[in-house]
Design a protein around this ligand. Sequence first.
Ligand code: SF4
Length: 501
Amino acid sequence: MSDVASPTLPPGEGCHGGRETMQAAARAAGKSAALDRMLADYPRGPHDQPQSMCPAFGALRVGLRMRRVATILSGSACCVYGLTFTSHFYGARRTVGYVPFNSETLVTGRLFEDIRDAVRDTARPEEHDAVVVINLCVPTASGVPLDRLPREIDGVRIIGIDVPGFGVPTHAEAKDVLAGAMLRAARQEAAAGPVARPRERRDGEPMVAPIGELFPADPPGIAALLRPMGLGLAPPLPAREWRDLYASLDCLAAAALHPFYTATVREFHAAGRPVIGSGPVGVEGSAAWLEAIGRAAGLPAARIGAATDQAVAATRAALALHPVQARVTVSGYEGSELLVARLLVEAGAEVPYVGTALPRTEWSEPDRAWLEARGAHVQYRASLEQDLAAMRETRPDLALGTTPLVQAAKELGIPALYFTNMVSARPLFGPAGAGALAGIVAAQTRQAGRFSRMVAFFDGVGAGEAAGYGSRGKPADPPGFRERQRKLRAMRAKADEAVGS
Ligand code: SF4
């Protein structure tokens, strides 16, 4: 039997036990430090948890997208089923490892030994640079100690992380849990001695390291903005290959383009690298960002000015091609919502509301201040209810948001776009971003007439009494149905009252 502490999850509890129960169990099982770290890195509030998919998906996706990295899940079968299904739906084309457990292996600590065996089997240096193990809710609450796994086996790094839904609010932040853990390991390796040469590193070229999952056209676009200053762009984080982590760490400055990568930023700071917030969006955003990068790099003002002038002219021209004359609400859980809103305002849109599922951090402060100065309400950790209320109150010409928000908007005849598939799947930064985003928003806001015709055409279909199937005409209540239901309700209320007394 292993010397691993026995789980303290109350019998019969599990994923549905509630956040407090799970947190208490995790603390009692020795995970207090890990939990405190998560709660500090990913603060909650104003309400506890935005509606989003299982947070662990973010970490799983980061692992699955990396070359020569194997990813193993440790958790309940239902969670693993959902996570593997979603990852293959998004084209993982990679095996997701799974170490199953039952009450006995969990209670006796055998699960930890099973994970260790699985890691040993998987850590083949000819195939992998690293093996990632992710503890889901139940193993985390039960104290399965992934920090006791060997740190490497035959040169293959072993990265064990806890990503419970009761500690990490969104799948976006779960990306940071793994990206930060990997960067930490790479930093420690680089500090200890020579490491592998990054694939695309040009000797002596000072680099800026972008943080955030970017649309593929964005890194070349940002690189073009930096080139006049004599700066290059390191591979973005989360990384696609282990050796890219060394290139990122070797930067002159890091750019927190997505502002919620707290653990990742901590590693850059530990490596002595400055971290710049916001991003090169629109005319003012690009100018401010290039100036901040240039200053961090210690470049002369003339060189910064030349690069800024070039970016400003190209972005202004791109925006002029697609003027937006519309009221737009923006909401999502990607972390780029504030940047998108800035770009829309510069394109001419009125943006009364920006909701993001992510927390307020210092790296989005310039964007928050800029937007609020232009009348936008910025809601961090926004819930679906807040996004819906803002959309209903402000009646935008276009709503950008999550799928339930888009559905609700369309039912009201308001044109709407799904943020993840339609906005995040386009460039955002520099002139390319200005052209792409303003272009699609301008096109969509011209659709309002079609939406009202659609709502009028389908008026009453599938709603209220007309819901359900199998009716040939308009469904009607059987005679006396409502009266009988009213009497039944009254009788039940009376019975409840009698029990109460
Ligand atoms: S791992 Fe936790 S948050 Fe994810 S599906 Fe399972 S119970 Fe839910």
